[in-house]
Structure formats: structure tokens, C-alpha cells
Design a protein around this ligand. Structure first.
Ligand code: ZN
Length: 262
């Protein structure tokens, strides 16, 4: 979730500031990518050949430390990202919807969840989705903790996810609550995990109702291509229903579904 554990004013201010930053960054990227020529002039992100990651036994290769928002499908691509699982009830239902809609997504997994439900991690990989490290204990205050703590949270989760998957490594790192630090970004990148942000928080975690989740996505997709949903942390039936509506809508709008750039 974007904000669990940051309930106080500090968390709210922090989240708001992050949102502004993310929106600003997204706008520039989004705008640049609307023009293919401009897109090509973007600073090159490290883009290893397909298959270099995400396969058993592949060595980690350093990727960019910049927080990714763009889609590998270009200016009309969107990235569906699903956080906090895997969860024995909701992950299978999310996988069902993605399969029905022919959509590949990126799953940001909590290490302990991956360790508890390795079959779900393998099901995610087998369906062609990508893995993302979302730390061991989902500490949204990680940006105020020591480097040693951050390292443990990130590297241990990477190990748990990779072990659960049968050797398929996470390709991204998303800090819980967006609490990245320069240290955590560079550590993740050195492990082959591109720091991953988001542009549109569907707010599904707050369970505002399916219609509200759909409306948020429709209203805010112009902010940028990376959309945030959750498959754990409580009853996610609204998320499942919202995905079933919003994925066909996105396709009708001319979007295609991709993965965050690396
Ligand atoms: Zn989360």
C-alpha cells in the first residue's frame, strides 16, 4: 500500500510531497514520450537484452538508479503494478482477471509473503508477469532508517522472492510508501532492480468502492503510465472488480499494456 503505517500528518505531508514530485516527473516523461523523436533523446536507461533478467540463474546486472515511471510500450503504454502480495485469496483472483484480459503486470511482493506462498510467486512468473522487490516488512518509514537496515530489508526480500520463484529474480524495487533514498536506489540498481515509482494511485487500498477506483484511474491516467493497485492487505474484491472494468476501458482508449522501463 502507498501509505499504511504513515497515518499522521507527517505521513500525509510526505505523501502529498511525493505525489507532487511524481506527478511533475511523470508529466515531463509523459510529454516527452508523446513525441517519439523526443523520446529517443531521453537519457538512455540501462536496458539489458530481454531475457537477461527474470530467468533462473541470470546474474544481476546494474540498472539505472532513477525511479522508473515510463512504459516499455512507449507513449501509449501503461504499466499495471500490483503491490503487497502474494495473498492466498486475492492474488489468484487478480491473476484470473489479468489472464481474461490478456494483460501482463508487475507484482511488487513483500518478502515474507513470497516466502509464505511460493506457489503463488511461481504462478505469477508462469503467467508472464514480472517480479518487484517490495522489502521484507513493508516499512514506509525506511527513508529514516540506517543504510544497514535498508540493505537488510531490500536484499533479504530479494532473496526470499528469488527463492520462492525458483530462481527468477525481481526486476524492480519499489519502496513501501515511496520512501526511497539515494542509498536504497543505488543498492537496488546494483542488484539489477530498477527503482519503480507510480503515476496513478488507484486508492484501491482505501476501499472507496469499485466505481471510485475506476473513476480515479480514468481521471488520472493522463498523469502517466504506471498504475498502482494492491492484491493484499485486506479485502481486495473492489480491486478485482475495478480491474475487470478498467483494463478493457484502457484498451478502448488505445493504451497497450507493458512493463516499466529498465
Ligand atoms: Zn505497498
Amino acid at each position: 500500500m502507498a501509505g499504511r503505517g504513515r497515518r499522521g500528518w507527517h505521513g500525509r505531508v510526505f505523501a502529498a510531497a511525493l505525489g507532487v514530485t511524481a506527478a511533475a516527473a511523470a508529466t515531463s516523461l509523459w510529454t516527452a514520450q508523446a513525441d517519439p523523436a523526443a523520446g529517443q533523446r531521453q537519457p538512455a536507461v540501462s536496458a539489458p537484452a530481454a531475457g537477461a533478467h527474470g530467468v533462473p540463474g541470470a546474474a544481476a546486472r546494474t540498472v539505472s538508479v532513477d525511479i522508473a515511471h515510463a512504459s516499455d510500450r512507449g507513449s501509449r503504454g501503461v504499466n499495471i503494478t500490483i503491490d503487497d502480495g502474494p495473498d492466498p485469496v486475492w492474488t489468484p483472483r487478480v491473476l484470473d482477471v489479468l489472464r481474461e484480459q490478456g494483460v501482463k503486470a508487475t507484482f511488487c511482493m513483500v518478502g515474507t509473503q513470497a516466502r509464505a506462498y511460493p506457489n503463488l510467486v511461481r504462478a505469477v512468473v508462469a503467467a508472464g508477469h514480472r517480479l518487484c522487490d517490495h522489502t521484507v516488512s513493508h516499512d514506509t518509514g525506511m527513508d529514516r532508517k540506517s543504510d544497514a537496515y535498508q540493505r537488510q530489508e531490500i536484499v533479504d526480500a530479494e532473496g526470499m522472492i528469488t527463492k520462492a520463484s525458483g530462481g527468477v529474480r525481481p526486476m524492480y524495487y519499489r519502496a513501501p510508501g515511496g520512501a526511497f533514498t539515494p542509498y536504497s536506489r543505488s543498492l537496488a540498481a546494483s542488484h539489477g532492480m530498477r527503482p519503480l515509482g507510480w503515476n496513478v494511485d488507484s486508492k484501491d487500498f482505501e476501499r472507496p468502492g469499485t466505481a471510485a477506483i475506476v473513476a480515479t484511474v480514468r481521471r488520472e491516467v493522463s498523469n502517466g503510465p504506471t498504475l498502482l493497485f494492491h492484491d493484499a492487505g485486506g479485502d481486495r474484491s473492489q480491486t478485482v472488480a475495478a480491474l475487470r472494468e478498467v483494463l478493457p476501458w484502457l484498451r478502448q482508449q488505445g493504451f497497450s499494456f507493458g512493463f516499466p522501463v529498465r
